[in-house]
Design a protein around this ligand. Structure first.
Ligand code: AMP
Length: 409
């Protein structure tokens, strides 16, 4: 991919075009690999995280996907690996299968020509395949906490030689309920070891986890403008519940997105909407947690290659999807948790590209809208589609509340 000229999260960082990977203390072979990959300069997060990680320090980093964070932890980790001993030296935990696969893919790009083996461990793929890979020996394991625990209990995965631990999207892992598994896994790693914890938000829960399992850690805010996601144009549209599908179809026809994700709140919602859109548009794919892994892989491959143009998804699997062509995000159902809004819209505007995010707000959803605006720290402008009446009922609460709220800004 082309080097980012204005990667997300760059507002407080040095002019990155002037920073070179050479100044970060990386080895010659690694510099060669990066040059071959077309990474000419580090993204802000790489610039900040790599030097600390190379010193072996524990780091807590507030960072989002799309900012080059995978390479930010993978590059120093690869630099610090010892001679291959076939037992894992590093373990990376991530909340979803898709994210695990994405991390593995990024690492595979960075180990071409090196004697390093990486393996993804997640549910949905027959466990025997993973057992066999582990028997053959791996240097880096990347897994969801659930599957990693399963393999630990079977004694197929042994963490005695692990020195590097990465907790990616730690907040999301806790949200999903992986706390116990994470703690058990962390207790299985011998001391001393290095921990890199990356999280979009640093809640009390995250800090508690960090205090308990990390030593002398340094905290880096690697996504200062995380919440404003500047390259993304955001709009909300007030719409009656029964007009949402119509509205979406009109917007799809008007904007002709290169590729887009439509977020719904439930798996059933994904199925229903996916079928309906499929009758009108080509290239519709759908993805949610109940879908079998091969089907998920097929959809994601189709999305990456561009055959799938409209991907209907739930939050859990949609979050973290890193596909460059995504020009639009439709929040078909307003997210219950405002943080999910930030994660959803961050699927577009990747690596500094422009993106558009529409948020469908029903007349009784003024509160969640306000919560989102409070979190992002900016009012979202409303949008009206010419020639389309999206809602007929008056929504006094929402309007009045918003006016008051805006004055307070
Ligand atoms: P991530 O935030 O890890 O999901 O990365 C987002 C995308 O940026 C991935 O497609 C990476 O391959 C790409 N990337 C990571 N670092 C760089 C860099 N220094 N220059 C250009 N692209 C990069």
């Amino acid at each position: 991919m082309a080097p980012p000229d204005s990667p997300s999260g760059s507002s407080n960082s040095p002019a990155l075009a002037e920073v070179k990977f050479e100044s970060l203390g990386l080895s010659k072979p690694m510099l060669k690999i990066l040059a071959r990959r077309g990474y000419s300069s580090p993204t802000p997060i790489q610039n900040e995280l790599i030097p600390h990680a190379l010193l072996g320090r524990d780091v807590i980093g507030q960072a989002k996907t799309g900012s080059g964070k995978t390479a930010a932890f993978a590059i120093p980790l690869l630099e610090m690996l010892e001679q291959s001993s076939n037992a894992p030296q590093a373990i990376i935990l991530a909340p979803t299968r898709e994210l695990v696969q994405q991390i593995v893919t990024e690492i595979e790009k960075l180990i071409q020509g090196l004697d390093v083996k990486v393996r993804g461990l997640y549910g949905g793929e027959p466990i025997v395949r993973q057992l066999r890979s582990l028997e053959r020996g791996v240097d880096i394991v990347v897994g969801t906490p659930g599957r990693v625990m399963d393999l630990l209990e079977r004694r197929a995965l042994v963490l005695n030689e692990v020195y590097h631990v990465v907790l990616d999207e730690a907040d999301r892992m806790l949200d999903i309920g992986f706390r116990d598994d994470i703690e058990r896994i962390l207790r299985s790693v011998p001391d001393p070891h290095q921990t890199l914890l990356l999280s979009a938000t640093l809640s009390d829960d995250i800090r508690f986890l960090a205090r308990k399992y990390m030593h002398d850690s340094i905290e880096l805010n690697l996504s200062r403008d995380e919440m404003s996601v500047e390259s993304i144009k955001q709009y909300y549209i007030t719409v009656d519940h029964d007009k949402k599908l119509d509205l979406l179809q009109h917007l799809l026809q008007k904007d002709q997105p290169r590729q887009c994700i439509v977020f719904t709140r439930t798996k059933r919602g994904v199925e229903k909407l996916g079928q309906r859109l499929g009758r009108k548009f080509g290239g519709v794919g759908l993805i949610h947690g109940d879908l079998a892994q091969p089907a998920r892989n097929r959809v994601m491959a189709g999305f990456r290659q561009g055959q799938v143009k409209i991907l209907v998804a739930t939050d859990v699997v949609g979050r973290g999807i890193d596909v460059e062509g995504i020009s639009h995000v439709f929040n078909y159902d307003i997210p219950e948790d405002p943080e999910n809004y930030v994660h959803r819209i961050g699927r577009t505007g990747r690596m500094g590209r422009d993106g558009v995010a529409y948020l469908f707000v029903c007349p009784d959803e003024g509160d969640p809208l306000t919560n989102i605006e409070m979190l992002t720290g900016k009012p979202i402008p409303s949008f009206k589609l010419d020639g389309f009446v999206a809602h007929t009922r008056r929504a006094p609460d929402q309007r009045e509340y918003k006016e008051v709220y805006r004055i307070g800004f």
